[in-house]
Every structure is written in C-alpha cells, then in structure tokens.
Design a protein around this ligand. Structure first.
Ligand SMILES: CC(=O)SCCNC(=O)CCNC(=O)[C@H](O)C(C)(C)COP(=O)(O)OP(=O)(O)OC[C@H]1O[C@@H](n2cnc3c(N)ncnc32)[C@H](O)[C@@H]1OP(=O)(O)O
Ligand SMILES: O=C([O-])CC(=O)C(=O)O
Length: 371
C-alpha cells in the first residue's frame, strides 16, 4: 500500500461542478474571471446546480424560490437566544443551526431527487437569515426579516445591518460570493461528499462541511488574516512581524495552497476590491499592509496569497465583524457543497479508503489488575 500524506495529488472522484486545471478555475467550464466580472450569485447557484447558465425566466424562478424559502423557523432564533452567546463562535452557531434546521424539515430524510433539490433551495435560502440573525441576537437585537425583492447579496447585507446597503457594497459582496462558491475537491466539499456517500441526508452533509470549513487551514483563515493585520497595526510593522514569524516557522494565514503553486486566480479580484474599498473607507492601511505582506512572503517563501488573504480587508471594509468572515464563506460555499452533494447522490458509491497500519503488532491482552 502506498500513502499520499493529506491525500495530496490523489484524484478521489470525477466531478463536473468545477475544475482547477493549470491554475485556472472554472465553474462548469466558465472561467472564474468571467463570472466574477459579470455574474450574479443567483446565476452562479443555477449554474452549479444545473450545469448551464439560466435563461431569464429560469433565473426569475430560482430567485422566487429562494425568496419563498428565506424565512427561518422562530425556534432556531429562540435556541440562539439561549446559547452562551458571548462565548459562541458564529461558525459553531451556524453548524448547530443547520443541524437544527433539519428537525423542522419534514422532508429531511426523503432521499428522492426532487426532495433533495427542494432541500437544496431551502438551505441556500435560509443561510443568510441564520448568519445575520445570530449576529443581531448577540448584539441584543432582533433578527431582521429578509426583504424578498433584494438580490441575495443585498439581502444579506440588509439583514446584517438593518438598512438598505449601497450599490458599491452590494457589487463587492456579490463578487465575493461568486468567487467563493465552489472549488473542486477542497476539504469541506470532500467532507460533504464523504458524509452523503453513506446515503446520509443533505443537512448532515452541509453540517459536516461547515465543521471542516471552520478550521484555520481552510475557511477559518480569513478571520485569522484580519487578526494578524490588526496585530501588526501598520505598514512599518509588516516586515518585523514576518521576520519573527519566519524565524518561528509559523504559518502565515492567507498564504499557500495545496493545489495552486503559481497563484490563486481569485486573489487578484479580491486584491483590487480591497484597494477600491479601502480607498472609499479611507482606511488604505489595510490594503497597503496586505500588499507589503504579499511582496515579502512571495519573495522570501515563494508562497502567493490565497482567496482568504484579501477577502479579509474586503469584508472589514464592508463593516463586517471579523468572526463573520468564515460564515460568509460558508454562505457562498453552500451552493458548491449542495452541487457536489447532488452530484454524489446521482452516482453514489460509499467513500471508504484504506489506512496503512503503523501501530504495534501481536499484542497480548493483559488483565487490568496486572498492567
Ligand atoms: C479557502 C482555503 O482553504 S485557502 C487556504 C487557507 N489556509 C491558509 O491560508 C492557512 C495558511 N496556509 C497553509 O497552512 C497551507 O499553505 C495550506 C494548508 C493552505 C496548504 O498546505 P499544504 O499543501 O499541506 O502545504 P504544507 O503545509 O505541507 O506546506 C508546504 C511547505 O510550505 C510551507 N508553508 C505552506 N503554507 C505556508 C504559510 N502560509 N506560511 C508559511 N509557510 C507555509 C510549509 O511550512 C511547508 O514548509 P516545509 O516544506 O519547509 O515544511
Ligand atoms: O481548494 C482548497 O483546498 C481550498 C480553497 O481554496 C477553497 O476551498 O476555496
């Protein structure tokens, strides 16, 4: 038996949802650069779930279906109010709430294709209300009910802040959602596929994926990037911080990638958004610090920034709490997880690899009082 540590380079499934070939990312064959500039997040959801871009009436139907399913059972918010709210990370709250949501879905264990598609709509539609509702509740406020005529991106910002967002924020947020929607067989997507390949239900698959995304080596890195930038404080602090981190062999959050070695194609979009948004807020230091970090980390370690690096200063500039960055990633990536879950069901086989045993052998059981 041969092992590939961390399954590096192992091709574990076929998929038509998204591809990374020669450092180019496509969703169903559409280059991410094209989608980032032109597509709404709703169009991307349709694309990922149906394998093609929607016609206008199909997009209208999906938008309507999402609007019809945005409301979250009051019980979910009531439970949140009972959480030890100042100690709960929003990713833990989201993981719990998605799992709870299954309890209120009569079709949760209906494994028919039609029911699974309906659940996909419900989960995608409700995630913004869950993430923003938790944020409001911990501020001592009531969740804001969705405004169903707003776009997915605008509605998220509206429910978060309780006021209609400006066009620049909506455009930036929509682009961030498009850029995070899917990414081949990343750790959380793989987790979701492993989970549902046992023929477990869609809610279990999404709950498992949220758990995997939460870690700092994956989606949790975006929050850590902002923590690092805040600790560094200003441009002059970047070089000493990095020298010390290199010396201590610390991982620099937001840099490196298992698949991209020349660079993450999503980073340039987020870099430009960071430049524009920090100019608008007047807090250009976050962009300037980020640029300086990129220069040094690329030169000294040969590691380019990944999607999590510039998304930190983008979300910060949109006035979003730092611990909501990863739940926002989850809000977008749910569309990709659901596409992969539906794809897995459509041609399922249990995912069960092997482990090479390296433990002790030929042991003899010793009764407890003789040990
Ligand atoms: C959405 C996403 O999930 S994007 C990734 C988000 N995660 C992060 O930004 C966390 C920081 N980055 C990392 O930890 C890694 O680059 C990962 C987890 C993304 C990829 O990891 P792997 O493919 O397993 O690479 P691995 O960790 O083995 O690193 C290879 C070498 O590069 C170094 N390296 C990789 N990333 C970094 C980093 N961010 N900072 C410093 N050194 C790094 C490692 O220390 C290792 O060096 P060594 O060979 O001298 O021991
Ligand atoms: O693909 C990965 O390993 C991580 C990543 O960039 C993502 O999930 O967007």
């Amino acid at each position: 038996m041969s092992t590939a540590r961390g399954l590096e380079g192992v091709v574990a499934t076929t998929s038509s949802v998204s591809s990374i070939i020669d450092d180019v990312l496509t969703y169903q064959g559409y280059n991410i650069d094209d989608l980032a500039e032109n597509a709404s997040f709703e169009e991307v959801i349709f694309l990922l779930w149906n394998g093609r871009l929607p016609k206008q009436e199909e997009l209208d139907q999906l938008t309507q279906d999402l609007a019809d399913n945005m409301d979250v059972p009051q019980e979910i918010f009531d439970y949140m109010k009972a959480y030890p709210i100042d100690k709960v990370h929003p990713m833990a709250a989201l993981r719990t709430a998605i799992s709870q949501l299954a309890l209120y879905d009569e079709e949760a264990d209906d494994m028919s294709e039609e029911a699974n598609k309906r659940k996909a709509i419900r989960i995608q539609a409700k995630i913004p209300a869950i993430v923003t509702g938790f944020s409001r509740i911990r501020e001592g406020k009531e969740p804001v009910a969705p405004k169903k005529d707003l776009s997915f991106a605008a509605n998220f910002l509206y429910m978060l802040k309780g006021e209609t967002p400006d066009d620049i924020s909506v455009t930036a947020f929509n682009k961030a959602l498009v850029l995070h929607a899917d990414h081949e067989l990343n750790a959380s997507t793989f987790t979701s596929r492993v989970c549902v390949a046992t023929l477990s239900d869609v809610y279990s698959g999404i709950t498992a994926a949220i758990g995997a995304l939460k870690g700092p080596l994956h989606g949790g890195a975006n929050e850590r990037v902002m923590k690092m930038l805040t600790e560094i404080g200003d441009v002059d602090g970047v070089e000493p911080y990095l020298r010390k981190a290199f010396e201590n062999k610390e991982k620099i959050m937001g840099f490196g990638h298992r698949v991209y070695k020349k660079g993450d194609p999503r980073a340039k979009h987020l870099r430009e958004m960071s430049r524009q948004l920090t100019e608008i807020t007047g807090e250009t230091k976050w962009y300037e610090m980020s640029i300086k970090m990129e220069e040094i980390v690329v030169k000294e370690k040969g590691l380019p920034p990944n999607v999590d690096f510039y998304s930190a200063s983008v979300y910060h500039s949109l006035g979003i709490d730092h611990d909501l960055f990863t739940p926002i990633f989850a809000t977008s990536r749910t569309s990709g997880w659901l596409a992969h879950i539906l794809e897995q069901y459509s041609d399922n086989r249990l995912i069960r690899p092997r482990a090479e045993y390296v433990g002790p052998e030929k042991q003899t059981y010793v009764p407890i009082n003789e040990r």
